[in-house]
Design a protein around this ligand. Structure first.
Ligand code: 13P
Length: 338
């Protein structure tokens, strides 16, 4: 394990005002996004879409410290033959890779899932390092509902995250540890707080037992936020107050960065919440690792038409810039609309 490389990669990922573009949707997730804009889910369309994002020079150089890729994309080349990884690196951004192979049902635990992908991971990480990946992502999915999550499910997911993280660090790849408590459902912000606290306490205990080097790891959590169907949606200030108290109670300061997922928040909502969190002095760098909240506007503007690429790139650039300001605690509705 090269600790110096892990620390320097982790710090570069959370350099001031910078965050990650999560462009690692699997083939079925990107299909859902493409269906919404009437684009056929072909390998070429996936390539063309991601190519124009990665070629958007301003946000890629200014705001995006790294890009999380899917296995297909890390091996793909642009229309002119340049590997997409090289386009990302040329912008000064770091390529990363999603290495889990998605959630599967947990036998005996109806409604709960565990993440698969440990089989052969050691070798895959070696290959990904050679392809240019310097960080990786593994997402554990925790749902809130009647009688769930169970302690057993949280524990199983936390143990998998810890095994994954240890394997990454052995390969000199920074693990992004992503335990996502879903915001689907009608639960309150307090219930999200309680469940996320249980999850994070368990995850950090497992990371300790697996001897994971926290200074060379990044946490990608959900915010403390009410379920989408809950009657009362908290203000950014309330989300920030709950989220900061939660992390103060659960996340060691040795972790260099917390990079949030957007999880189904609206794109401006995700920016406003991140900004409110960063309005306070915090012991970690706190930034974004957004998928939908960074891409939604660009996908809509593009809609599969090459004539719309400039407009789509402008939409991506705007969202990335707004999130940079939020990562610095300098965003406002006035700059959003300027
Ligand atoms: P969202 O921001 O769309 O939640 O995606 C982030 C991510 O990487 C989920 O694993």
């Amino acid at each position: 394990m090269n600790k110096d490389l892990l620390v320097s990669t982790a710090h570069a990922m959370v350099a001031d005002g910078k965050g990650l573009l999560a462009a690692d949707e699997g083939t079925s997730s990107i299909k859902k996004r493409f269906d919404a804009i009437n684009v056929e889910n072909t390998e070429t369309n996936r390539r063309d879409y991601r190519e124009f994002l990665f070629r958007t020079a301003e946000p890629m150089q200014r705001d995006i410290s790294g890009v999380i890729l899917f296995d297909e994309t890390i091996r793909q080349s642009a229309a002119d033959g340049t590997p997409l990884v090289k386009i990302i690196e040329a912008a000064g951004s770091i390529p990363g890779i999603k290495v889990d192979t998605s959630p599967v049902p947990m036998p005996g635990f109806p409604g709960e899932v565990v993440t698969s992908g440990l089989d052969g991971l050691e070798k895959r990480l070696e290959d990904y390092f050679k392809l240019g990946a310097r960080f990786a992502k593994w997402r554990a999915v925790i749902d809130i509902g009647n009688g769930i999550p169970t302690s057993a499910n949280i524990h199983a997911n936390a143990q998998l995250l810890a095994r994954y993280a240890a394997l990454c660090q052995q390969a000199d790849i920074v693990p992004i540890i992503e335990p996502e408590v879903l915001m689907d459902g009608d639960h309150s912000i307090e219930r999200c707080y309680d469940v996320t606290q249980h999850v994070l306490k368990t995850v950090f205990a497992e990371l300790y037992h697996a001897r994971v080097f926290l200074e060379g790891a990044i946490l990608k959590p959900n915010m403390a936020i009410a379920g989408k169907k809950h009657a009362h949606q908290a203000s950014p200030e309330q989300v920030a107050a709950h989220t900061i108290r939660l992390f103060n109670n659960c996340v060691p300061v040795a972790v260099p960065g917390i990079m949030f997922l957007s999880g189904g928040q609206g794109d401006v909502e995700a920016t406003a919440n991140l900004n409110a969190i960063n309005a306070k002095q915090l012991p970690w760098k706190v930034s974004f690792s957004y998928g939908r909240a960074l891409q939604f506007a660009a996908q809509k503007a593009w809609s599969g038409n090459p004539a719309n690429i400039k407009a789509a790139q402008a939409a991506f650039s705007h969202r990335a810039k707004m999130n940079r300001l939020a990562a610095l605690g300098q965003w406002s509705m006035a700059v959003e609309q300027a």
